[in-house]
Write a protein that binds this ligand. Structure first.
Ligand code: SF4
Ligand code: SF4
Length: 395
């Protein structure tokens, strides 16, 4: 009996536009699935996803955790006899999943097309200026550090004593953080339910959230922290260390931000603190150094891997890399420039640029490649869960 396959041409085009342009070259030899060090019988890839993508089976791709288990090491691309670059196609599929998983899809477009280089800073500036005008009670002078960020009124709100610069950060970034958390939570919830249905997990093994977190989330986190899957790859295993540094730097910087929030907003110990003598500044500086080291190492390694043709850098890759690089540079830039008397007034502009980048990166947690952090973690948790269920059922 003939089976009619009705390819979704729009999906194929979308995948090709975000880095999967070699998709059509695949002729299904299966070399890629054989050489992939991470593929398993329970969740095979990338050949299966290459067929699904060629046929435009969008729903099957969106609900397939294996798309996230690929770490884009490039082993498969290196051995593919057709130059179909399955590793890059898998990366493009992940971008497609991110787009379909979140609302306000136009924001995803800005993170993945050059137009976003203009629009995203404008969106960030809009909200930052709103917060600035509201908390500084008018527009401060952006060429005078004593006007912005170190000027403006102080506020006594309940037990909190907040200078304008701290309140400004709170009014801009706390709603942004809430927006990101709500979107991520609902996307992960939908994703998990789709995985459970796709893999037909029997009712008896459909555990509640706390059991899943306790049993599978903690081992998944320890896997991610040690990058144990990453190091199994061959062609680009140089990426494991810089990625690890980046991950640790974000953890340290998030911890520093939380400490600053408690100290400045709740306890009233306000910045600027001396970067050489204050322990919280040391912590932030260690995070910043790890971040710069990690991202520069990634840039150098990528350019070598590109020369060897084991990796291609797409626009969304470059966008995130440069965003992280500028985050580190502007962060240290504020500290250095404000300590040089002749340059102190430029601090305002560098600080503003830093806030714009932080805003874009924060929003990018759901709309850019940065969403890997949440979605890959979900897929790794599901992978451990599914393998455990298969093992229990086979007993
Ligand atoms: S992507 Fe390449 S290696 Fe994989 S099945 Fe297609 S042609 Fe073969
Ligand atoms: S890029 Fe690496 S991890 Fe991803 S499918 Fe290819 S071989 Fe596997």
């Amino acid at each position: 009996m003939a089976i009619k396959v009705d390819p979704n041409l729009n999906v194929i085009k979308e995948i090709q536009e975000v880095g999967g342009d070699t998709l059509k070259k695949c002729y299904q030899c299966a070399t890629c699935a054989t050489v992939c060090p991470l593929s398993s019988d329970e969740a095979p890839f990338p050949r299966k996803q290459m067929i699904l993508a060629q046929w435009g089976f969008k729903d099957k791709l969106l609900n397939d955790p294996a798309v996230w288990l690929c770490h884009q090491c490039g082993d498969c691309s290196k051995y593919c006899p057709r130059g179909a670059n399955p590793g890059d196609v898998m990366a493009a599929l992940r971008l497609l999943v991110i787009k379909e998983a979140v609302p306000f899809k136009f924001l995803h477009t800005f993170y993945n097309r050059p137009l976003g280089l203009i629009v995203l800073p404008l969106i960030a500036l809009f909200f930052i200026f709103l917060g600035m005008i509201a908390t500084f009670q008018g527009m401060p002078n952006l060429f005078d550090a004593n006007s912005f960020p170190y000027g403006g009124p102080h506020y006594d709100i309940w037990i909190f004593h907040l200078p304008a610069r701290v309140l400004m950060i709170d009014v801009v970034f706390l709603p942004l953080a809430a927006f990101v958390v709500i979107i991520l939570f609902s996307a992960i919830n939908r994703m998990w339910n789709a995985y459970v249905e796709t893999y037909k997990i029997p009712q008896a093994y459909r555990y509640g959230m706390w059991t899943i977190l306790k049993t599978y989330f903690i081992p998944a986190i320890s896997e991610i922290l040690s990058h144990s899957r990453f190091v199994k790859c061959n062609a680009n295993n140089w990426r494991a260390n810089p990625h690890k540094f980046l991950l640790y730097s974000f953890i340290i910087l998030a911890l520093t931000t939380a400490i600053v929030f408690v100290m400045a907003d709740i306890l009233g110990f306000h910045t600027p603190w001396n970067p050489l003598t204050h322990p919280v500044k040391w912590l932030g500086n260690i995070g910043g150094i790890l971040l710069l080291y990690g991202i520069i190492d990634i840039m150098v390694g990528r350019s070598q891997a590109e020369a060897e043709k084991s990796l291609r850098t797409s626009y969304p890759d470059s966008f995130l890399i440069y965003l992280i690089l500028f985050l580190g540079l502007t962060g240290f830039g504020i500290e250095i420039i404000r300590s040089i008397p002749g340059l102190k007034n430029i601090t305002s502009l560098v600080y503003l640029a830093h806030l714009v980048i932080v805003f874009m990166l924060f929003l990018g947690v759901v709309y850019s490649k940065f969403a890997h952090l949440a979605f890959r973690t979900t897929a790794v948790v599901f992978d451990l869960y599914f393998k455990d269920v298969v093992q229990k059922m086979s007993k």
